[in-house]
Ligand binder design. Structure first.
Ligand code: UDP
Length: 372
């Protein structure tokens, strides 16, 4: 006997889970499958032996300016309000990232600090986010000096480690995510809503997927699915894998995490410290900061970027380069020939989505679906 659903969704990450819920609430039947043994995709978290909440795939901080997205997710979780702060060490001094007016005060003496700050504000205005590659184009000698300093001490080594490319060889908006900020505000993000789901991301995903019209099957490969009939397929897995890599593999960056639980209350001042010099890792995350957990121990993770290799590690980041975008577009042409198949999410759309932008894309998709 075959099972019938109106929708099959491959992947229980944020795109798949939110889409499942939206369709289920429109009275559509939905089967969601995932090859992993747990839901949540790379948002998956768990509590370790010490009771500390761990983001298995690296730090995830939810933020949005969109009331609709915030209200929607708030139906499935309560939140721990959390302002994400990131620091790095330059010349033995801890400074905020994004590099901002306080970073200048910490690193430079007067009158230099005053000149840098005044010129930044004169040229770009107050509370403005200036991409480093734009700042580097400045004709002003002081701003050029500042840009070169920030480039060398924040972006150059980190980006080479993270992507395997120099900042100027990287396309897309990857670098603009972390601008130079002409402000004293020292949070990493500026969105109106910034929070971590309580008690966990995984619980939020469980609640999203908990609907009578949704069935979830874990440990299930799309290609092994037998006797299941569906009218529409939404695929949040890698688009190149779907087409058996017939045009070649889309490249990804991967991450390796080295977790350590230490017999001390605190390891560092904030949740994430970036290592922007020649260390082999890019950042250290101390997880207890996210939910302000009290614990005699602390768990940290060193983050080591590397290339993605099939069967060896996981896909984390599509690499924003023109040639990859071109290859993705060729896959998209193949996709357009298929009827009732939609590709969603970071891997389906080969897009460096953050959580809120993935949710937003799914909201838009559902508006366009006909019927529903
Ligand atoms: N970046 C950097 N130095 C930093 C932080 C970020 O060079 O200290 C660059 C780097 O190329 C990185 C990109 O900005 O990949 C985006 O950073 P973000 O923190 O948004 O990355 P994610 O948290 O998504 O890994």
């Amino acid at each position: 006997m075959s099972e019938k659903y109106q929708n099959l969704i491959v992947g229980t990450g944020i795109s798949g889970a939110v889409l499942a819920r939206l369709l289920a609430e429109k009275c559509q039947s939905v089967l969601v499958i995932d090859r992993r043994s747990y839901i949540g995709g790379n948002c998956y978290d768990y509590f370790d032996e010490s009771g500390i909440n761990i983001h298995k795939y690296g730090p995830h901080i939810f933020r949005t300016d969109d009331e609709g997205i915030w209200c929607f997710l708030s139906r499935f979780t309560t939140w721990h309000e959390y302002i994400h702060k990131v620091r790095t060490k330059i010349n033995s001094k801890e400074v905020p990232i994004p590099f901002n007016l306080s970073s200048i005060d910490i690193l430079f003496e007067e009158p230099k600090a005053k000149i840098f700050k005044e010129k930044l504000i004169l040229n770009y205005g107050e509370n403005k986010k200036v991409p480093i590659l734009e700042l580097k184009k400045s004709a002003d000698t002081d701003l050029k000096e500042l840009a070169n300093f920030v480039y060398e001490n924040i972006f150059s080594h980190y980006t080479l480690k993270q992507w395997g490319f120099k900042p100027e060889d990287l396309g897309g908006d990857a670098l603009a995510r972390v601008p130079v900020y002409t402000s004293y505000y020292d949070g990493y993000f500026t969105e109106k809503y910034q929070a971590i789901p309580m008690p966990s991301y995984t619980k939020m995903f469980e609640n999203i997927l908990n609907h009578p019209n949704i069935e979830v099957k874990l440990n299930t490969e799309f290609k092994d699915l037998k006797n299941v009939k569906y009218e529409r397929l939404f695929y949040s897995g890698p688009i190149d894998e779907f087409f058996d890599y017939k045009l070649g593999a889309l490249p990804y960056r991967s991450l390796d995490f080295k977790f350590e639980t230490l017999p001390q209350e605190k390891f560092q001042s904030v949740a994430v410290v970036n290592y922007t010099s020649k260390e082999p890792y890019t950042r250290i995350t101390e997880f207890k900061h996210f939910l302000a957990q009290n614990n005699k121990k602390t768990t940290i993770a060193y983050e080591y970027p590397s290339g993605f290799e099939l069967g060896k590690n996981e896909r984390f980041y599509p690499i924003p380069k023109q040639e990859n975008e071109t290859l993705y577009k060729r896959y998209l042409e193949l996709a357009k020939k298929e009827k009732n198949i939609y590709f969603i999410g970071r891997l389906g759309e080969y897009k460096y989505y953050s959580m809120q932008s993935a949710v937003s894309a799914v909201f838009e998709l559902v508006k366009k679906l006909n019927p529903v």
